[in-house]
Design a protein. Structure first.
Length: 270
């Protein structure tokens, strides 16, 4: 059996969490990631018949029974994942009852998965219902995106439209737009349910005055979605207090959509 510490999915979590911490998106123990794994690949590194312990998930997820995820831990700092993945990450399988996680590896210090796991599982179910290839749910607190929610209209049309108008890449990267929730208490099933409902339409969901959720088929896709919003939010904050002379017009956005054959949210443009 191969060494779990060399597994590409462990390495990917190490690299991504380190990068997110370096960028300041995940201060202290903020942020969380879950990635759906291929059981056949995991079986090259772990004995799938050996369950270390079981942990209640706090949510009935029978739709994901038998699915295996690598997840960040609760109270864990992203900066510590690279030097100590076995304590800061866990590989779990959703049991047949849908309400129990079987720990296959990790959380060696007795800890458990992120408190946002129910929100992640709900979002995985939602995304898989519209995109069977979706694998990653990522939550972080990117500084400029957060700041933009303090000063910008939080309607989905207005928020998306501003981003699209400030960066040529935005409509290309997320033609489906950005979902926005009202402020809600984090770590609850209620915010998880609301996020999952948005995830049926959007791969990006903003939690105002808190952070953002991104979904993708790969870690790069989920990361890249958030990265593009964050860069454009920074541009917005740098320019919004000045007279705006130039921005991308609706006609130009439509031309971009035509050039790249985008199925974009047409109701977000005039």
């Amino acid at each position: 059996m191969k060494d779990i510490f060399t597994a590409p999915f462990v390495e990917e979590m190490k690299q991504t969490t380190a990068n997110m911490y370096r960028l300041g998106w995940d201060e202290r123990n903020g942020g969380n990631i879950s990635m759906l794994l291929d059981a056949r690949e995991v079986a090259e590194y772990l004995d799938l018949t050996r369950v270390v312990r079981t942990i209640p998930t706090g949510f009935e997820a029978k739709a994901l029974a038998g699915k295996i995820f690598i997840v960040t831990g609760t109270g864990k700092y992203f900066k510590n994942v690279t030097p100590d993945p076995e304590n800061n990450l866990g590989i779990i399988r959703i049991a047949e009852d849908g309400v129990t996680a079987e720990l296959l590896w990790g959380f060696a210090d007795g800890s458990r998965f992120t408190s946002e796991l129910p929100a992640h599982l709900m979002s995985h179910i939602a995304r898989l219902s519209v995109d069977p290839e979706n694998r990653v749910i990522m939550h972080s607190h990117p500084t400029n995106t957060l700041a933009m929610t303090y000063v910008h209209d939080l309607s989905e049309r207005a928020f998306t439209r501003t981003l699209w108008q400030l960066n040529t890449e935005c409509i290309v990267v997320f033609p489906d737009g950005v979902g926005v929730l009202p402020w809600m208490v984090c770590g609850t099933n209620e915010i998880g349910e609301a996020t999952a409902e948005k995830m049926k339409e959007f791969r990006l969901v903003v939690w105002p005055v808190h952070g953002i959720y991104g979904a993708g088929r790969t870690m790069d896709e989920a990361f890249g979605l958030i990265e593009t919003v964050e860069k454009t939010a920074m541009t917005y904050l740098l320019a919004s207090h000045l007279p705006i002379i130039n921005k991308i017009s609706d006609d130009q956005l439509k031309a971009l959509a035509k050039r790249f054959a985008l199925d974009y949210r047409k109701e977000f443009l005039d």
